[in-house]
Write a protein that binds this ligand. Structure first.
Ligand SMILES: [Ca+2]
Ligand SMILES: [Ca+2]
Length: 244
């Protein structure tokens, strides 16, 4: 019943039932010390500023703009995922759940903030006010870490609240133009509702935030980059939760 209520509240979020192209989400987004120089190399821009909290090399890179994230992924031989691809990956093959692991959330499962706006919070297994080292919590059903929480993740799409009411049934690519880019997954700074698999965040693409990171998707045809291969047998649809 809780899942159904969630669906009714959030109908504009659901891209389902949709198919997305098979692909791989690469976890090579980690490390303010490792990835940041490569973001610099990929874009020619100045090195993104460090956040005002401590980050080790195994933390997700943050403070990157959408253009920098996009440029980095292309430079690395991949691309940013569409938000439909991101959501498919976040659900880890477990359709109809509010969060990647189930219908409830706790600080045992992800790094996020206070129960209500705003700011980081330490509780239980979540020992971080800012970002946590990548992979500090259990992965989702596809073996992907930190899809929910830690850092928001830029997606390829322009944002449009009404898009899923008119989008193609297969592999939606987002609107052709817009003012805002999509972010998914919530972050260390935000309250848990933003960690829902279907929650659609958005921002102007030029904004740098200590909560904004990204990860790259490398297409399955690029076998050399297939860190988390999805098989043809895996269901690729995002099934809509029944209205009950
Ligand atoms: Ca936290
Ligand atoms: Ca994340």
């Amino acid at each position: 019943m809780r899942a159904a209520r969630q669906c009714l509240l959030c109908r504009r979020e659901l891209p389902s039932p949709r198919d997305v192209d098979q692909g791989i989400l690469d976890d090579d987004h980690r490390g303010h010390g490792g990835a940041v120089p490569r973001v610099h190399a990929a874009t020619g821009n100045a090195v993104p500023p460090a956040p005002d909290f401590s980050q080790g090399d195994d933390h997700p890179v943050v403070n990157v703009t959408w253009d920098e994230a996009d440029a980095y992924c292309r430079w690395a031989g991949g691309r940013l995922p569409t938000e439909a691809e991101w959501e498919y990956a976040a659900r880890g093959g477990k359709e109809g759940l509010i969060f990647p692991w189930g219908d409830t959330v706790s600080h045992e499962q992800a790094n996020y903030g206070k129960e209500e706006c705003c700011g980081g919070l330490v509780s239980g297994r979540d020992r971080w006010v800012g970002t946590a080292p990548v992979g500090s919590f259990d992965p989702d059903g596809f073996g992907l870490y930190d899809m929910a929480g830690n850092a928001w993740e830029w997606c390829a799409d322009w944002h449009d609240d009404e898009y899923y009411g008119r989008s193609p049934a297969a592999d939606p690519q987002g609107p052709s133009s817009g003012q805002l880019r999509v972010l998914r997954g919530g972050s260390w700074y935000y309250w848990p509702v933003k960690l829902r698999a279907s929650f659609r965040g958005k921002s102007v693409p030029s904004l740098r935030s200590a909560g904004f990171g990204f990860r790259c998707l490398r297409d399955a045809s690029l076998d050399a980059f297939s860190l988390f291969p999805l098989t043809h047998e895996q269901a690729l649809s995002c099934r809509e939760v029944a209205d009950e």
